[in-house]
Design a protein around this ligand. Structure first.
Ligand SMILES: [Zn+2]
Length: 446
């Protein structure tokens, strides 16, 4: 019997490892080849399945879904870039350096560091850190952009002045650090994994001190490498993620000690698919506000939405165009339409034949911050961002299609195996005996 059985599962602490942009096929292939010892250790003691992301399958939307257990109808983060109707301006969380410059560098920094959590994240949404710490547990977060909690943390740098409210143990790219760990941060050599090196140093420090009940260990560099090299090609980046997880295992005193002390959920936030062509949605809607980036776009417009959606009929860059009509949602592909609402469906069901297609499309449209139209890109295509940047020749994500939407889901020492990233937060709460928020999915014991 492995030592991991020694402690009752319910008394174990939990580490959520999020490898940004890791595809199921990349993890499965790596496990098969036996080249990643830390991932192999988790796989050997755990259970695995492919699970589904949210829509748009873009990092801030997905990380908010992981942290709140909600789709965007509740967490209200609509995209990497969106139009803030109340403030009549664009919010840009960092599609590219060029897009950030176009939206205003300072404004983007403030939106990403503070705004997402302090004002954009829905008030009905509950974060995993809020729920656990309200129940008396200690939560820790490293680098994850959805971090809202009850504890104010002063910035460590002079160009930020306000505190950020996170969990009691909170580390955010060296800008906020609840504890002095001595971890260095360098953003100068991101392709070589310097952001994750910081996360690893902090994670090692926390595990060494057993300083949490729940930790989000967020590794962002894999997505960056996969955008550049294409999905299923960033082997060196995944090897560094494996080293990072291995460093936590070592800090616990070895495999047996690690597995005895911790339950683990390892997943990604979304997948990635290869892109080779670029479209500019802005050119189709010169009379509207368009926010586009990666493989999803939104159109903020008044008037005849069916006519606006019809402008994209036959456009090779577009898979599906979504809109609301009264109490119904409408999905359109090349003139064919599917109308649906919870409990009712009418039309060509193949239009939303994507993983959790109806649920994700409905939730994306029910977000008050979404555009009147939401556009999901066809395979192989990307939408240029505010600065015209794209990842053509590499990898991208954001659409409803399976390659962008499927994520690996590996759990060790947990009663449930989440089928969606929105089941991760309620699964963590269930492990600690904390009631899920009312909007959360019911979990199936597996
Ligand atoms: Zn991501």
């Amino acid at each position: 019997m492995p030592a991991s059985a020694a402690l009752p599962a319910t008394e174990k602490k939990v580490i959520l490892v999020v490898i940004d942009g890791l595809t199921p096929s990349m993890l499965e292939d790596t496990l098969e080849r036996g080249t990643a010892p830390a991932l192999a250790l988790l796989s050997e003691h755990g259970r695995y399945r492919r699970a589904v992301s949210t829509f748009p399958s873009l990092t801030p939307v997905c990380l908010s879904a992981l942290a709140t257990g909600a789709h965007p109808d509740v967490h209200e983060i609509p995209h990497l870039v969106w139009y803030h109707r109340g403030e009549r301006r664009l919010v840009e969380y960092g599609s590219s350096f060029g897009a950030v410059r176009a939206a205003g560098t300072k404004r983007s920094l403030v939106d990403t560091v503070y705004g997402l959590n302090a004002s954009h994240l829905g008030h009905r949404a509950v974060t995993v850190y809020e729920a656990l710490e309200d129940a008396g547990h200690t939560a820790a977060a490293i680098n994850i952009t959805c971090y809202r909690g009850r504890h104010p943390h002063r910035p460590t740098v002079p160009f930020l002045t306000r505190p950020a409210y996170g969990p009691s143990r909170f580390f955010f790219y060296n800008l906020f650090e609840s504890d002095v760990t001595g971890a260095p941060l360098s953003v100068r050599n991101r392709p070589r994994g310097t952001i994750d090196a910081y996360a690893t140093a902090v994670g090692r420090w926390l595990v060494t001190r057993d300083g949490f009940d729940f930790l989000v260990f967020y590794l962002s560099d894999y997505d960056y490498a996969s955008h550049a090299q294409g999905p299923d090609a960033a082997h060196a980046a995944l090897a560094r993620c494996d080293d990072a997880i291995g460093a936590l295992v070592e800090a616990a005193g070895g495999a047996d000690e690690f597995l005895e002390r911790y339950a683990v959920i390892l997943c990604s936030d979304h997948g990635q698919t290869t892109v080779g062509e670029v479209a500019r949605l802005q050119d189709v809607f010169p009379d509207a506000i368009v926010t586009a980036s990666n493989r999803a776009g939104m159109v903020y417009a008044d008037g005849d939405l069916a006519a606006l959606a019809a402008r994209l009929d036959g456009n090779p860059a577009v898979d599906v165009v979504l809109r609301r009509e009264g109490g119904e949602a409408v999905a359109r592909r090349d003139g064919a339409e599917l109308r649906f609402s919870p409990g009712a469906i009418d039309g060509d069901v193949s239009i939303l034949d994507h993983p959790d297609g109806l649920e994700r499309a409905w939730a994306a449209l029910a977000n008050p911050n979404a555009g009147e139209l939401i556009v999901s890109a066809a395979a192989g295509w990307e939408f240029a961002d505010l600065a015209g940047r794209h990842h053509s020749g590499g990898g991208s994500h954001g659409s409803l299609i399976a390659g962008d939407s499927e994520v690996p889901m590996l759990t060790v020492g947990l009663d449930v195996l989440p089928a969606s990233i929105v089941e991760v937060m309620p699964a963590v709460l269930a492990h600690f005996g904390v009631a899920p928020p009312p909007y959360a999915r019911r979990l199936a014991r597996a």
